[in-house]
Design a protein around this ligand. Sequence first.
Ligand code: FAD
Length: 395
Amino acid sequence: MSKVPSKAVSNPVIESEEHRALRAAVAALGTRYGREYFARVVADGSHTDELWAEAAKLGYLGVNLPEEYGGGGGGIVELSLVLEELGAAGCPLLMLVVSPAICGTVIARFGTEEQKRSWLPGLADGSRKMAFGITEPDAGSNSHRITTTARRDGGDWVLDGRKIFISGVDIADATLIVGRTEDARTGKLKPCLFIVESDTPGFGRSPIPMELAAPEKQFELTLDGVRLPADALVGDEDAGLLQLFAGLNPERIMTAAFALGMGRYALGRAVDYARTRQVWKEPIGAHQALAHPLAQSHIELELAGLMMRKAALLYDAGDDLAAGEAANMAKYAAAEAAVRAVDQAVHTLGGNGLTHEYGLASLITAARVARIAPVSREMILNFVSHQSLGLPKSY
Ligand SMILES: Cc1cc2nc3c(=O)[nH]c(=O)nc-3n(C[C@H](O)[C@H](O)[C@H](O)COP(=O)(O)OP(=O)(O)OC[C@H]3O[C@@H](n4cnc5c(N)ncnc54)[C@H](O)[C@@H]3O)c2cc1C
């Protein structure tokens, strides 16, 4: 394992004893599986079922979900810590972003009693997974433009539309689909969330070949007259936007955790290598041209970790508005830090940075996922320009 110094956020002044213990326990689990396990799963085209099941058994997957439904009664602070530590051990579990963080949160906050009882225990104990589908081919970053439409037909809902880049649909029992209902009063469309079980007639999926070495696959979805019972709608038809953002903020915080873990993993590999690799009289880590960018990455990851913690604390405290800004900033900071850390790590290893044996080069594309999804770097800069700084909008 890496000898990179422990993070400042792990300091007892910054982080409670309970959180530090959780961090250490998750790190131990991640280390037991490690990068070799993850790489083998990817090479086999299989999934991280063993790690998922063990993490679930230890209570890590549902750590944010309410205790009365089998969860740990914690929040996004704890769940983000779980994902960060698994990633730092070389095992970033993307489905943690989707299943317990977005879907679990939305159902726990806005679902009916029946939806909570039928989904949350399974999401918490890992026996069920839920994917999340908002992105559409013709809407992309502009989710106000989505056209997946839900219309009432007697007591049912009927959904038609298309989604793209939806992760993990093949291993999910259902997908939380963001559609729009026709607003009877204004004639405008508004967002609504539906639980679409994977075997529902008319719900089709095809895998998108991606240049990513990850166990989770992305899918294009077709919803062709998908008929759903009335109780497939999550929450209130008139408060869809509020409910959507209740899920999108955890998604951004968790994407920050995903990026941070990956960045820490890459930095650790690079530091280990730079300490021992010697081609002149000192190890290559003695050359400042190599040491300084690694030090910069360490600082950037630490800063992003603090921002992530701020966002998660605000979210768990129920301040959705402040959490929104912080979650965007944390996602931005963590993704940028991770992309730079991975790039520098690959460079530090010279030719070995591109070998299969060292396994770092595949992180170049993997880290960039966090720069693009769930909201791109540019859209966060737009958000901060307009919402935080009050600058005018160009689009
Ligand atoms: C690996 C992976 C997994 C994913 N998983 C999911 C999932 O599970 N569920 C889901 O719903 N979605 C998922 N996505 C989709 C992801 O959220 C989108 O890719 C992302 O929102 C960007 O949308 P887009 O790809 O259509 O890019 P576009 O919106 O077409 O953007 C293309 C480029 O234009 C820039 N751009 C666009 N508008 C502006 C503007 N106004 N100002 C400046 N620049 C702009 C963007 O920053 C970007 O660089 C996933 C994507 C990936 C890559």
